[in-house]
Each structure stands twice: as C-alpha cells, then as structure tokens.
Design a protein. Structure first.
Length: 129
C-alpha cells in the first residue's frame, strides 16, 4: 500500500513531528486541527464559536488538498475543554455536513495545545483517482 503525505498552506502547519494528513489506500487520516489561523499560526479570537468554525475550515482545507470534502468524512473525533459547548458543535455541524452525518465521538479533555478550546481529527474515505 502506498502512502501519500498531504500538506497545504491553507491549513496551519504541523506544530510537531506529524503530517497534516496521510493518504493510505482509500483512507485519508487527518491529524487533529486546532483553531489556528494558518497565516499567523495564532489562535483565532472571538470565542468558542469562532474556534469551532476555524477548526472546520482547517479540516476542509486539508481535505481539499487531498481531493476530498467533508462529505467524505466517515469518522470525526471532537475534543472539547468544556463539554457545555457540545450543543454549539452540533449546531455548526449541521451547517458543515449534510446527511448522512459521519460517525463521531465527543470527548472532554483537560487541556489542548496552545490553549485551544476545541480540536478535531477525522478519517475520510478518499479513493485515489
């Protein structure tokens, strides 16, 4: 099986020893994205709603670089430092995804890199062309 590393300047650069995504066979594994502005590499301001939206924007940029879209996501993992934001995640998800929705997990965590309030990673079905 061949592996292809996916990298785009439209999403934040990796802040450690990992790739933005790895395409292996027909599966695309997306690394966790936090709400960093890809240009400044700083957390976006404006509260949790802006952070959630930026994470989805970052995931979409990596998906596009691989020739995929949010419709191809089979599994989404959401990490929140405050699970009371879960209803807002659900609301924004209905804007980002159409039915059928991906499988999903939402996990409360004590802390995330750079003080982010949300992080998401995903697995997508992405056959090579």
């Amino acid at each position: 099986m061949t592996r292809e590393i996916i990298q785009t300047e439209n999403a934040p650069a990796a802040i450690g020893p990992y790739s933005q995504a790895v395409h292996a066979g027909d599966t695309l594994y997306l690394s966790g994205q936090i709400p960093l502005d890809p240009t400044t590499m700083e957390l976006v301001g404006g509260g949790i709603e802006n952070q959630i939206r930026q994470v989805f924007t970052n995931l979409q940029a990596v998906l596009e670089a691989a020739g995929a879209s949010t419709a191809d996501i089979a599994k989404l993992n959401i990490f929140l430092t405050d699970l009371s934001h879960f209803p807002l995640v659900n609301e924004i998800m209905t804007e980002v995804f159409g039915e059928p929705y991906p499988a999903r997990a939402a996990i409360g965590v004590a802390a995330l890199p750079k003080g982010a309030q949300v992080e998401m990673d995903a697995i997508a079905y992405c056959p090579r062309g």
